[in-house]
Design a protein around this ligand. Structure first.
Ligand code: GLV
Ligand code: MN
Ligand code: MN
Length: 399
């Protein structure tokens, strides 16, 4: 099933390109809906196009236990980031059916919309709107690089899925949430752990920097008369990285992953550059200091006008002690070596944790690689993670 999902958006280099709410993502969602029989499962789609399937519990009226992750990928992503957590949830439900296990509470598996935040910024839109439905209004007019709004893409996705799913309100009570995910880093592998109990997610801030110069002829404009936005932006990227390196306590992560020069041409000095900054650290106070430092660096440059804007800001997330102990028991019961760790990547669980006790479960990433077509995990570890997830879901769903 995991391999079949990777076929939606499969790239020649072994990676997957399935950006949020594209035709390929919609086709994958329709395929997902066919995995569990409509007769015994309830499929639902909400206003943020989150796709949720519910397995009924035996006691009416109890809030569901939820699991899942996202199906969208990076533009040049791998086959498991997000996809593993959705398929592990579906596999867990199938295993309960096969074993004839019934739980007191319903169990829901969710595919959250637009976790990656590459087509529409910021990331984790679906889960953040689920946690706080008022946030959706702020996302609807966000446009992708071709000018399409999130609202248009979202409505098209809802229409498309409606024959297979019923429309449901955005957000509902959740008894507990567990997200299974690949680690996307080297900690489990280097510690020879096959499973990870994820205690926290580090803080993250996303920024957009706009640099505005003056476009001019490359052949006629003397060097000292230029306001070259590419040069100013390139200098800023280097200075910001140098300032970050000087403060790094070993836990800082700073990335300029996108650098756009709209309308660029070989023989024109660029008038406009936009670049992104992704800043992460386990301490929110440290992030606030770094933000001030970055703003100072930007204020100091004089070659062009430059502005910085915050796209997303999340303080570190601490997961729930009770759910963590249930995840740890389920992981330990597999008999496989495991460790506890914090997450370097952010996840939908970060938002769900605002409204429900939540925790996560990791499987190792080969060579720590992710957001890369080479992303991979041993199949035996995917199975192990799915087994631990199923056991933890049953414990929570019988509370
Ligand atoms: C999620 O994809 C992240 O950027 O951490
Ligand atoms: Mn992910
Ligand atoms: Mn990702």
């Amino acid at each position: 099933m995991q391999r079949e999902l990777a076929g939606f958006g499969a790239a020649a280099d072994g990676g997957v390109c399935r950006e949020a709410l594209t035709e390929i993502d919609l086709a994958a969602r329709s395929w997902l809906c066919r995995l569990l029989p409509a007769a015994s499962y309830e499929w639902m789609v909400d206003d943020a196009a989150n796709l949720i399937v519910r397995r009924a519990g035996t006691v009416p009226g109890l809030a569901p236990v939820m699991t899942g992750s996202h199906m969208d990928t990076q533009p040049m992503g791998g086959w498991l980031d997000g996809a593993f957590g959705v398929i592990a949830g579906i596999e867990a439900l199938m295993a309960l059916d096969d074993a004839g296990i019934h739980t007191r509470r319903p169990i829901e598996v969710v595919a959250w919309t637009n976790e990656e935040g590459t087509r529409f910024k910021p990331g984790a839109m679906g889960s953040s709107a689920f946690a706080e439905p008022g946030r959706l209004a702020g996302f609807l007019q966000t446009r992708d690089s071709k000018g399409e709004t999130f609202e248009t893409a979202c409505n098209a996705a809802i229409e498309r899925i409606l024959p297979s799913a019923k429309r449901s309100p955005l957000g509902h009570p959740v008894h507990a949430y567990i997200e299974a995910h690949i680690e996307q880093g080297p900690v489990l592998e280097s510690g020879q752990c096959r499973l990870g109990v994820v205690t926290s997610i580090q803080g993250v801030r996303w920024y957009e920097v706009e640099v505005r110069g003056v476009s001019a002829h490359a052949g006629t404009t003397p060097m000292q008369l230029r306001h070259d936005a590419v040069l100013a932006a390139a200098e800023l990227v280097v200075r910001i990285n140098e300032a970050a390196a000087a403060r790094d306590d070993g836990n800082l992560r700073l990335t300029v992953g996108r650098f756009d020069v709209p309308g660029s041409s070989i023989n024109t000095i660029a008038s406009h550059v936009g670049f992104s900054i992704d800043l992460r650290h386990p301490s929110d106070a440290f992030l606030a200091d770094m933000e001030e430092l970055i703003k100072r660096v930007i204020r100091k440059q004089t070659r062009c006008a430059a502005e910085i804007r915050t796209l997303m800001q999340r303080a570190p997330t601490q997961f729930d002690a009770d759910v963590l102990s249930i995840v740890e028991n389920a992981v330990a019961a597999t008999g496989a070596p495991y460790c506890s760790l914090g997450s370097g990547a952010f996840h939908d669980a970060m938002y769900v944790a605002e409204v429900a006790p939540a925790a996560m479960l990791f499987v190792p990433s080969r060579n720590g690689i992710s957001h890369n077509p080479m992303e991979d995990t041993d199949e035996a570890d995917l199975v192990l993670g799915t087994r631990a997830l199923a056991a933890a879901l049953v414990t929570l769903a019988n509370q």
